[in-house]
Design a protein around this ligand. Structure first.
Ligand code: BEZ
Length: 209
């Protein structure tokens, strides 16, 4: 049974390229991104991990800790990391779990048997500081994820966690946000002094606070 939004995510300990990790301790009070890959020494995975390493500052700005997982062993991960650094012009310095016994893959339902009986699909989980699941996406092995979208969603999640606001379709940083239905227009005018544009009683926009 997979994880649902709002569920507390399961803790685990695992061997990683940065030593043994207790997941909750690794996250501390930060947000987390846990994401799986089908296998080491594969082209799409190489670009994804490289891209993640190059976005280190963006994840840090958002107080997000990243943790990758695949079912290959530690020595293979370490050899592959050198390849990623060389070909993607980066330094992978986030941990990669060696999930040989598929403990993490099973806990997080990352193996989809009709896609592959043995390898993890491209699952990605965004976890809040409360250890609750805020977002999950699943891509097939052949499609690399869009990490600009991952950052965009984290921006949306963090804004909505802080304010009673939501983000409209295709929203990007700097664009107007949506006042959630639970907040009346009177309350919104007090809460959001930059102004509230009422298009319909249920469709109200305000600039980013
Ligand atoms: C890849 O990462 O390139 C990949 C892995 C498994 C199947 C297809 C592509």
């Amino acid at each position: 049974m997979g994880l649902h939004l709002g569920d507390e995510v399961p803790n685990f300990t695992a061997q990683t390229t940065a030593g043994e990790i207790d997941f909750y301790a690794y996250l501390g009070d930060a947000w987390g991104v846990l994401f799986s890959h089908p296998a080491d020494f594969t082209p799409v995975c190489t670009t994804e991990l490289g891209r993640t390493a190059l976005l280190k500052e963006e994840f840090a700005k958002r107080n997000v800790k990243v943790l990758a997982v695949s079912v290959d062993p530690l020595d293979k991960h370490k050899e592959w990391m050198a390849n990623i650094n060389e070909t993607q012009h980066c330094t992978v310095d986030f941990p990669i779990i060696a999930d040989e016994d598929r403990k993490v893959a099973q806990l997080y339902d990352m193996i989809h048997p009709n896609a592959s009986a043995t390898f993890t699909v491209r699952s990605l989980f965004v976890i809040g500081p409360d250890k609750k699941l805020k977002l999950s996406i699943t891509y097939p092995a052949s499609t690399g994820r869009n990490f600009a979208e991952v950052l965009r969603v984290i921006d949306s999640l963090q804004l909505t966690a802080k304010y009673s606001l939501a983000t409209p379709a295709d929203w990007n940083r700097g664009q107007d946000l949506i006042v959630v239905p639970a907040v009346s227009t009177e309350e919104a005018l007090v809460k959001f002094p930059k102004g509230v544009k009422v298009v319909k009683p249920y469709l109200r926009y305000t600039p980013e606070p």
